[in-house]
Design a protein around this ligand. Structure first.
Ligand code: RP5
Length: 160
């Protein structure tokens, strides 16, 4: 079995439609990942075990998505030296501004890389994780550069 390099965690199964976007660039670029429900508030012990042990399983980057009082990414970052990429999931009542502010305003000394609210943020979280891994993986770096060129080439000049 291939080594899982990226661990995608989310506060609830209800976050999966958003967080599934993160899997798209990882699949396109051939990066192995896992996806788990780990809630900062509902399953704090699961979070402690997952975040503190991730590096021992070979995980290199954590992507954490949550909505509302979204403490998942920050708490994960407090328990691991691995880079944590945060995805604010759009909440029902405040449309994700609450999630964004909960994730982005970290205290000095504990960093998370916070993305945009919603699906685009989740997608970019997957892309950012691949870019981090590509720093020490030449084959992945080549795939990433080809992927970027294909994206650029796919943008039409004409509007119709
Ligand atoms: C957060 O509360 C989750 O990340 C989710 O975005 C939100 C709602 O969760 P559910 O009530 O749908 O399980 O913890």
């Amino acid at each position: 079995m291939s080594k899982v390099s990226v661990s995608i965690i989310m506060g609830s199964r209800s976050d999966w439609p958003t967080m599934q976007e993160a899997t798209k660039p990882l699949e396109e670029l051939g990066v192995e990942f896992e996806a788990k429900v780990v809630s900062a508030h509902r399953t704090p012990e699961r979070l402690f075990k997952h975040a503190s042990e991730a590096h021992t399983r070979g995980v290199e980057v954590i992507i954490a998505g949550a909505g509302g009082a979204a403490h998942l990414a920050g708490m994960a970052a407090s328990m691991t030296h691995l880079p944590v990429i945060a995805v604010p999931v759009a909440s029902k009542n405040i449309k994700g501004l609450d999630s964004l502010l909960s994730m982005v305003q970290m205290p000095r000394g504990v960093a998370v890389a916070c993305q945009a609210i919603g699906g685009a943020g989740a997608y970019n979280a997957g892309l950012m994780a691949a870019q981090m891994l590509a720093l020490k993986d030449e084959a992945l770096s080549q795939r990433l550069q080809e992927w970027r060129k294909a994206q650029t080439d796919s943008v039409p000049v004409e509007v119709e």
